[in-house]
Design a protein around this ligand. Structure first.
Ligand code: F0G
Length: 462
């Protein structure tokens, strides 16, 4: 007889079901809530699980696996498999060697934000260029081992890129629903390159989710949006990796962008599990930053303390988080409450400035990721983060995901004249110092030399 390694628990009414009892839309039939994966050791009442190695053995094992040549050990998700026993056959997991992403220090961004030092966990350094890979390796492995032929998601571009890649590796067929004209080209090109059936719907992300919700009720398609709790099991692992990279020190703050609002709770789950197992003594405060034009969580917290959420019509150039009706908002409210973090919103100009500042450190990220630095500046200014506290920004996507945005910014074509007029003289100077538009010249050596000379006399930003 096989012993169940995990169960699913509704995050709202707490009903626990077996892993095979979940419906195709991953919603609780009693209250429409979303599920989370639970293990015997995530239930404090059950006491410590003697089958799990102790914290120091786990730390040793996870490091040791990095030097193994087995794909499952080289993956920065599956080397933590002791804390996500969700597949039956480890030899058949679908992996592109995701995870193991770098932790960079950003000294100039720290200075811009007014704190002593700042780190960025760059999830854009995953195989398809976003944090979604850590979730897809987990959920696609489950889909493949449960015998599904088709998988699908609605997406602002990164989920679809990741799903298409992992489905292709698994030999499964994938369907992508994306909002027409509202996603970055790099992301659209990925889902085509990886062979997905790509459907551009004449609606926004929220409209795509609605259509897909109808479809999964009628066809045997495995849903891979972040309502799928197995994705979040993969997405919790960067929390493990982060503290491992900090030699098991816990930062005071972790800041994430907020879109469909699943990642914040995935990371919160990772930190909570480590604390329960004695791997870390406390959890960091997780703060969520939204774009002003796509701020339903921020509004909900301002208006009613996160008790209810009114969807908004979303509009931001950070297309990854252009979401007005986020599926996992209750989970996000819970992550804020349990960790003690904050939610704030940032303007389009603040996002653009922060993105350029991260780029100027030689790191770079896509616009949605830059909300973290823009939000950090606000939290510092409000006295919620103090200068000596350790802060980690989660950079969710690679800069090449949306090169059109970057080029428009540097050519000073991103904003309308009316938007530019709203900037103070000081802000205009900040943007001007960061903007590096390409210089088009005739192929004349003396002209090139004169141009270079004029630039050499300009001071290098501190
Ligand atoms: N950053 C990037 C680069 C994203 O692609 C997303 C979400 C988020 C942040 C927000 O994460 O939804 O967990 O709050 N992108 C989804 C997609 C919705 O379809 O690719 P979240």
């Amino acid at each position: 007889m096989k012993v169940a390694t995990h169960h699913l628990r509704c995050t709202e009414c707490t009903t626990v079901i077996g892993k095979d009892e979940v419906s195709s839309n991953f919603r609780c039939p009693l209250c429409n809530g979303l599920y989370e994966v639970v293990y015997s050791w995530t239930n404090a009442a059950a006491g410590p699980d003697s089958r799990l190695p102790n914290p120091s053995a786990l730390r040793w094992l996870w490091q040791e696996r990095r030097s193994s040549t087995m794909p499952v050990d080289q993956s920065g998700v599956w080397r933590f498999r002791d804390l996500l026993p969700i597949v039956d056959d480890l030899e058949k997991v679908i992996t592109l060697r995701e995870g193991n992403t770098p932790l960079y220090d950003l000294p100039r961004c720290a200075k811009a934000a007014g704190i002593d030092w700042l780190l960025a966990k760059h999830q854009g350094m995953n195989p398809t260029g976003s944090f979604k890979d850590t979730g897809m390796t987990a959920a696609l492995s489950v889909a493949s081992q449960r015998g599904f032929e088709w998988v699908a998601c609605a997406s602002t571009g990164n989920t679809s890129a990741a799903m298409a890649a992992y489905a292709a590796r698994a030999g499964l067929r994938s369907i992508v629903f994306i909002p027409e004209g509202k996603i970055a080209w790099g992301k659209l090109s990925q889902s085509m390159d990886y062979g997905a059936l790509t459907i551009q719907l004449k609606t926004d992300f929220d409209g795509c989710v609605k259509i897909l919700g109808e479809l999964v009720k009628q066809f045997p398609i495995y849903l891979l949006n972040s309502v799928n709790p197995y994705r979040l099991e993969g997405q919790k692992t960067p929390a493990f990796e982060l503290v491992e990279q900090m030699e098991w020190q816990v930062p005071e703050h972790v800041i994430v962008p907020g879109g469909n609002l699943a990642n914040s709770s995935a990371l919160a789950k990772g930190f909570a599990e480590m604390r329960e197992l004695g791997l870390i003594p406390r959890t960091p405060k997780i703060s969520i930053i939204q774009a002003e034009g796509a701020n339903p969580l921020y509004r909900s917290l301002q208006e009613n303390g996160g008790e209810s959420l009114t969807p908004v019509v979303a509009n931001t150039r950070a297309t990854a988080i252009r979401i007005g009706n986020p599926a996992s908002w209750r989970k996000a409210v819970n992550a804020l409450r349990t960790t003690g973090g904050w939610c704030d919103q940032v303007s389009e100009q603040e996002i653009a400035l922060a993105k350029a500042e991260i780029g100027a450190e030689g790191v770079g990220c896509e616009p949605a990721s830059a909300v973290t630095l823009a939000g950090l500046k606000k939290l510092v200014a409000q006295g919620k983060i103090s200068t000596e506290e350790r802060v980690v920004l989660i950079l969710t996507g690679h800069t090449l995901k949306d090169s059109a945005y970057t080029i428009d910014y540097h050519r000073n074509e991103l904003f309308s004249d009316a938007e530019k007029a709203q900037l103070s003289p000081g802000e205009q100077l900040q943007h001007a110092a960061l903007r590096k538009p390409p210089i088009v010249l005739d192929a004349d050596p003396s002209l090139v030399l004169r141009t270079l000379e004029s630039h050499m006399h300009q001071p290098q930003p501190a």
